[in-house]
Design a protein. Structure first.
Lengths: 312, 306, 249
C-alpha cells in the first residue's frame, strides 16, 4: 500500500494554515482566525478517525464520543480549579484510552453492520451520561471560566497563540499517523482491512491490532476535544451526539478515506460549506442532505479521489 | 416502591417495547434480506407521526387521519427507495450509512420547513380516551392499551405472514442467504421493494399511533432509531422473533430501570448518591445490556444468518 | 515408530442434522505427503477449515506435535507450524509480491507493535521473503504489485506466503484446481521439491498428481474416510473404485 500519496498537498495545506493568521491580521478579520482554528480541530478528529476507518476498515459511528471525552476532561477539571493544559491533556488521553479499551473490547468482537450499530450505541451511552451530569451543566452545557493555562500563564487567551497551538497539535497528529500507517503496525492493520482471514493464516490475530488502533484513534480524537472546549470556552453533550459522529465520517469520506490528507481537506471543505450555506438559508440542511447523498453516489473517493484523477 | 407503580411502569415498558418492535421489525427484515443499513428508518417513523397529525387536523378524526397517513407514509418510503436506496444495495455499509444519514438531515429539515419547528399535538381519539381499571386500584390509559393491542395484532399478523405464507418463506430465505434466493430465480428486486415498503409502513404506523401521546417534532425519530438498533443487535439481525423478544426486553428494562433504578440503588447507598447515580446509570442500562449480550453472543440472541 | 506430526481423532462437523465431517480419523507423519481425495461435496474443504482453525468442530480432537490444538485459533496454529493455502488465493492485491511474503515473515520476526520505521526497508524481512519467492519461482517478480500477477503466479505467491510462515505441516487446498497441463506439471515439480522438507496434507482432485506425489492416500466420501493406505493399494480397493475412481475411468 502506498503510504504517502499526497506529500505535496499536505505541505501546501500546512503552509497555507501557517500563513493564515498573517492574512487575518492584514484583513483585520478575526473570523478567519476562528474558522481556521475550528477547521484544524475537526481535522485532527477526522484524521484520527481515518486511522481506523480508512486504514482499518472499522466504521465507527461513535467517534464523536472521544471529542466529548476530551472536552469534558477540560470542563470537569476546570470546574474544580485545575486549569493546566497538560493536566487537561493527560486526563483526556487517559479517559479516552479507558473508554476505547472498554468499548473496543466488546465492539471488536462484532463485524460489519453490528460494529457500526454498537459503536453508535456506545456513543449514545456516553452522550446520555454527559446529559445526566447536572453538576456540569447537563443538557445545557458548561461555560468554562477561561482557556487552559500553559505553565501558569493565560497565553492561550490570545487567538493567535491558540491558533498556533492548534496548528502544532494538528501537525503532530498528522505526522504521528503518517508514521503509524507506514510502520510494521500499519502494515498489519492494512492487511487486516484487506483480508482478515489471510492475516490469521500468516499468524496475526486481527483483534489485537484493531484494538490498539482503536485506542490510539480514540486518544487522538480526545485531543481535538480538549482544543474544541478551549476554543468555544464551552462544553456540551452536543459535542458527542451521533449526528456529530456522522458528520465526522462525512468529513473523512468527503476528503478521501485512507489518505490522512483527505480528512484535513474534508474537514475544511465541510466546515466552509456549512458556513456558506447557513448564510444562504436557515434551512441549509435541506441542501446539505442531498449534497451528502450525491457525494456518496457519485464521488465516492472524495476530493482526494478527484485530485488523483488529475494525476496529483 | 409500590407494586401498583411497578405494574404501571411494566405496562408502560411493554407499550414502549411494542412500539420499538413495530419499528424494529421492518428494519430487521430490510437488514436481513437486503443487507442494507438504513438509518433513515427513524425519519420514516417521524414522517408517519407528522402525516397522522396533519390528516387528523385536516379531517377532524384520528382514524381517518390514520387511514390517510399509512398509504402516504408508504408512498414516501417508496419514493425514497426509488430515488436513493435502490442505488445503494450493492454498495458497502459505509456508503449506505452516509447516504441514509443524508436522508435524515434532509427530512428532519423538510418537516421543519413544512410544519415549523414547534411540536405538533394530536388529541387522543374520543373512543380511546380515558382510563380503564386493569386490576384493583390500577387505572391505566385506554389509549396505551390500544397501542399494546394493535402492536400485538401486528406482531401476530407478521408471525403468520413470515411463517405461514409463501412470501414469508421467501423473506426468511432471503434473510438467511439472499444471493442464493436470487440464484433460484426469485425476482429479488421485487422482493426488496415489498420488504422495504412493508417496513416503511410499519414504522409509519408506529409513528402515527404514538402521535397522540408524544410530541411530534423534528428529530423525534433519531433517538428511537438508536434504540431500534440496540433491539436489532440484541435480537439478531434478520430475525423478527429476535426483534420481538429484544424489543420487549429493551422496552421494559429501559422504562422500569429509569423509574426504579434509583430506588434499587437506595438499598445499597445513601439516598442522594443513589438518585444521582441512578439518573446517570438508568439511561445507560440498555446499552450495558446490549454490551453484555454481544459479549457472549456477537451475533445477537437469534441470528438469522446461517 | 515415528510419532505422527498431525493426529486427527474422530473429528466431526455437523450443521443441525446435516453431517459434513463424520468421525474422521487419520494422521500425517513428519516429512510425509498424505493426500486426501474424494468426490465433490465429500467435505474436503470443510475438513481443511476444521484442521486449520477456521471452523470449530462439534467433537473430536486435532493433535499437532502431540499438543491438542482443537480449541486454538488459526493464528495460534500457524505459530506452531500448521499452515494452509487457500483455493481462492488470499494474497493482498495492493501490496507487491515481496511485501506480501515479507508480511508473513514479519509475523514471526519481532514485534508488530512498532509504530515507527518503514518495514519495506527491513532487510531482516525482505531477505527471507526474497528467498522464499525464489524458491517458488517468483524471484524476478518480487517488485510486481500482486494484483497484476497472472493467475498461476498468484498461486505461486499463495504458496510462498504459506512457506514464509516456516511451517512444519502444509495444508494445501487443491493447489492444482483450474491449472492447465503445463502449469500443473510445474506445480507438481514444485511440490516434489518441497516433499520431505515439510509434511504435506494435500487435498486434491487431480489423480495423476496425487499418485505421483503421495506417500499415502486417504479417500473421503460423504465426510467419511472409506480407505487409507499406500497409493497402489487404494487404487486397487474395490470400495474406492466403486465410490470414486470408477467415475474417473
Amino acid at each position: 500500500m502506498i503510504a504517502s500519496r499526497f506529500p505535496y498537498v499536505a505541505a501546501i495545506a500546512f503552509a497555507a494554515l501557517a500563513l493564515l493568521p498573517l492574512g487575518a491580521m492584514l484583513s483585520g478579520d478575526g473570523f478567519l482566525l476562528s474558522i481556521g482554528t475550528r477547521v484544524m480541530i475537526f481535522a485532527i478528529a477526522a484524521i484520527s478517525l481515518d486511522l481506523i476507518l480508512g486504514y482499518g476498515a472499522m466504521v465507527s459511528f461513535g467517534h464523536a464520543a472521544f471529542i466529548g471525552i476530551g472536552a469534558y476532561a477540560v470542563g470537569i477539571l476546570s470546574a474544580h480549579g485545575v486549569t493546566d493544559l497538560f493536566a487537561h491533556l493527560a486526563a483526556a488521553l487517559a479517559a479516552a484510552a479507558l473508554f476505547a479499551l472498554a468499548t473496543g473490547a466488546v465492539s471488536l468482537r462484532t463485524k460489519g453492520v453490528y460494529f457500526i450499530m454498537i459503536t453508535l450505541a456506545f456513543g449514545q451511552m456516553i452522550y446520555f451520561l454527559a446529559v445526566s451530569l447536572a453538576a456540569y451543566g447537563g443538557d445545557d452545557g458548561l461555560t468554562l471560566p477561561g482557556r487552559s493555562t500553559l505553565l501558569g500563564s493565560s497565553v492561550l487567551k490570545s487567538p493567535q497563540a491558540f491558533y498556533y497551538l492548534t496548528l502544532m497539535a494538528l501537525a503532530a497528529v498528522y505526522l504521528l499517523c503518517r508514521a503509524i500507517v507506514g510502520s510494521r503496525f500499519g502494515r498489519v492493520l492494512q492487511g487486516t482491512r484487506q483480508n482478515a482471514v489471510r492475516m490469521q493464516a500468516i499468524g496475526f490475530e486481527p483483534f489485537r491490532y484493531q484494538i490498539v488502533a482503536y485506542v490510539i484513534a480514540g486518544m487522538l480524537g480526545s485531543v481535538a476535544g480538549v482544543l474544541l472546549a478551549n476554543q468555544a470556552e464551552f462544553v456540551s453533550p452536543a459535542y458527542m451526539s451521533w449526528q456529530r459522529s456522522g458528520e465526522l465520517i462525512f468529513m473523512t469520506v468527503l476528503g478521501g478515506i485512507g489518505t490522512l490528507t483527505g480528512p484535513l481537506i474534508g474537514a475544511a471543505a465541510y466546515l466552509l460549506l456549512e458556513e456558506v450555506l447557513s448564510h444562504v438559508t436557515e434551512h441549509w440542511k435541506i441542501l446539505f442532505g442531498p449534497f451528502l447523498i450525491l457525494v456518496v453516489l457519485f464521488a465516492r473517493g472524495g476530493i482526494a479521489g478527484l485530485l488523483k484523477g488529475r494525476g496529483l | 416502591m409500590s407494586t401498583t407503580l411497578l405494574f404501571i411502569q411494566t405496562l408502560n415498558g411493554l407499550q414502549f417495547g411494542i412500539l420499538l418492535f413495530l419499528v424494529a421489525a421492518g428494519l430487521t427484515l430490510v437488514f436481513g434480506v437486503m443487507d442494507f443499513i438504513n438509518l433513515a428508518h427513524g425519519v420514516q417513523y417521524m414522517v408517519g407521526a407528522y402525516l397522522a397529525a396533519h390528516f387528523t387536523a385536516m379531517t377532524g378524526s384520528f382514524f381517518a387521519g390514520l387511514a390517510l397517513a399509512l398509504p402516504s407514509a408508504l408512498a414516501i418510503g417508496l419514493v425514497l427507495e426509488l430515488l436513493v436506496f435502490r442505488h445503494l444495495y450493492d454498495r458497502d455499509h459505509l456508503d449506505q450509512v452516509l447516504a441514509t444519514f443524508g436522508v435524515i438531515l434532509f427530512l428532519n429539515e423538510a418537516v421543519r420547513v413544512v410544519w415549523g419547528s414547534a411540536p405538533l399535538s394530536v388529541p387522543v381519539p374520543e373512543m380511546l380516551s380515558g382510563s380503564v381499571r386493569v386490576m384493583d386500584g390500577l387505572l391505566y390509559p385506554v389509549y396505551r392499551l390500544a397501542i399494546i393491542g394493535s402492536g400485538l395484532a401486528v406482531a401476530a399478523l407478521l408471525y403468520v405472514l413470515v411463517n405461514h405464507t409463501r412470501l414469508g418463506m421467501l423473506v426468511r430465505a432471503g434473510a438467511s442467504d439472499a444471493p442464493m434466493v436470487a440464484a433460484l430465480g426469485v425476482n429479488i428486486r421485487r422482493l426488496f421493494t415489498v420488504v422495504f415498503g412493508f417496513g416503511a409502513m410499519l414504522a409509519g404506523f408506529a409513528g402515527a399511533m404514538v402521535a397522540p401521546i408524544l410530541s411530534v417534532e423534528p428529530g423525534m425519530g433519531d433517538n428511537l432509531l438508536i434504540l431500534t438498533f440496540v433491539v436489532l443487535v440484541i435480537g439478531g439481525i434478520g430475525s423478527v422473533r429476535g426483534a420481538f423478544v429484544a424489543a420487549l426486553l429493551v422496552g421494559v428494562v429501559d422504562t422500569v430501570g429509569r423509574s426504579f433504578g434509583p430506588d434499587l440503588l437506595k438499598l445499597m447507598m445513601p439516598p442522594s448518591a443513589a438518585s444521582q447515580t441512578g439518573r446517570a446509570v438508568a439511561p445507560m442500562l440498555i446499552y450495558i445490556l446490549m454490551a453484555a449480550v454481544l459479549y457472549f453472543r456477537p451475533a445477537g440472541l437469534f441470528p438469522a444468518k446461517a | 515408530m515415528t510419532i505422527p506430526l498431525l493426529e486427527v481423532e474422530t473429528l466431526r462437523k455437523n450443521y443441525g442434522a446435516l453431517v459434513v465431517t463424520d468421525a474422521v480419523s487419520f494422521d500425517v507423519l513428519p516429512g510425509e505427503l498424505h493426500a486426501i481425495i474424494g468426490p465433490n461435496g465429500a467435505g474436503k474443504t470443510t475438513l481443511i477449515h476444521q484442521l486449520s482453525g477456521m471452523l470449530p468442530s462439534n467433537s473430536g480432537r486435532v493433535l499437532f506435535s502431540g499438543e491438542d490444538v482443537t480449541g486454538l485459533s488459526m493464528a495460534a496454529r500457524v505459530h506452531r507450524g500448521l499452515a494452509r493455502s487457500f483455493q481462492i488465493t488470499s494474497i493482498i492485491p495492493a501490496f507487491t509480491a515481496r511485501d506480501n511474503v515479507a508480511l508473513a515473515v514479519q509475523a514471526r520476526s519481532g514485534s508488530s507493535y512498532r509504530f515507527f520505521g518503514d518495514p519495506r526497508r527491513e532487510a531482516a524481512l525482505n531477505g527471507p521473503a526474497e528467498a522464499v519467492l525464489a524458491e517458488v519461482g517468483l524471484g524476478d517478480r518480487a517488485d510486481r504489485v500482486a494484483g497484476t500477477l497472472s493467475h498461476g503466479e498468484k498461486r505461486q505467491l499463495e504458496l510462498a506466503r504459506a512457506l514464509a510462515t516456516e511451517p512444519k505441516l502444509l495444508l494445501l487446498d487443491e493447489p492444482l484446481a483450474g491449472t492447465g497441463h503445463e502449469e500443473s506439471a510445474a506445480v507438481v515439480a514444485m511440490l516434489k521439491r518441497l516433499k520431505g522438507r515439510y509434511a504435506i496434507l494435500l487435498i486434491e482432485h487431480d489423480m495423476e498428481a496425487v499418485f505421483a506425489l503421495a506417500d499415502r492416500v486417504s479417500v473421503l466420501v460423504y465426510g467419511k474416510i472409506i480407505a487409507s493406505g499406500a497409493p497402489a493399494a487404494v487404487r486397487a480397493d474395490p470400495l474406492v473404485r466403486q465410490a470414486y475412481l470408477g467415475e474417473d475411468a
